[in-house]
Write a protein that binds this ligand. Sequence first.
Ligand SMILES: C[S@@+](CC[C@H](N)C(=O)[O-])C[C@H]1O[C@@H](n2cnc3c(N)ncnc32)[C@H](O)[C@@H]1O
Length: 216
Amino acid sequence: MDIVQKYFDDFTATQQDQLKALEELYRDWNEKINVISRKDIESLYEKHVLHSLSIAAVFHFPPGTQVVDLGAGGGFPGVPLAIFFPEVEFLLVDSIGKKLKVVDAVSEAIGLKNLQTRHCRIEDVKDKKFDFVVSRAVAPLKDLWQWSRPLIRKDPAKHTVRLIEKGDHAPGLICLKGGDLTQEIFESGTRPHIMAISDLFTEPFFEEKYLVYVPK
Ligand SMILES: C[S@@+](CC[C@H](N)C(=O)[O-])C[C@H]1O[C@@H](n2cnc3c(N)ncnc32)[C@H](O)[C@@H]1O
């Protein structure tokens, strides 16, 4: 938890309690349904929570923004982001229902009101549009972009426009990726903005980890 507060120091008491509760909740749930590798549970706050929050270090989501987490698994990056942005709506989608059971249990235990889950493939989400798609460790950029594109609003929703400040980002796909992305980006046919997470956080884990942002 200290590692999160090293970089983000203005959490409310509620947010601090929610973040603190994650360790025990994920430790318990992970025994029943494996959503995090057993060795990673020891570094939950670095490898999962802080990694997820790298999105919050760069992107400001105004209240009312709608975000879908594509392939959320056990809730990353969606759960830490839903804690960080209590006035933003999150839908966490995954094709494996039991992983979302963990998300629902964690979300309920910490009292998140701004998070919903949906058990389906992302290609089957047809009834909603979003300002942002977020995703970690799901598929090559080509697929992520093909799936995300029809889900992203062309322009920010009317209710968020008036809240968007100068310098905020246009709707798009934000994914967390690692390693050499040259080939993957080439094959995706997109021209993303790439941000090195090691410029934000100094821990060795974040070397060669990137935020990849494809505006619509
Ligand atoms: C390696 S896990 C990553 C989970 C989580 N994002 C994380 O970083 O901890 C990839 C997840 O993506 C889900 N997934 C893959 N393709 C999907 C699709 N087309 N629609 C919905 N979920 C998908 C899988 O079911 C799996 O839970």
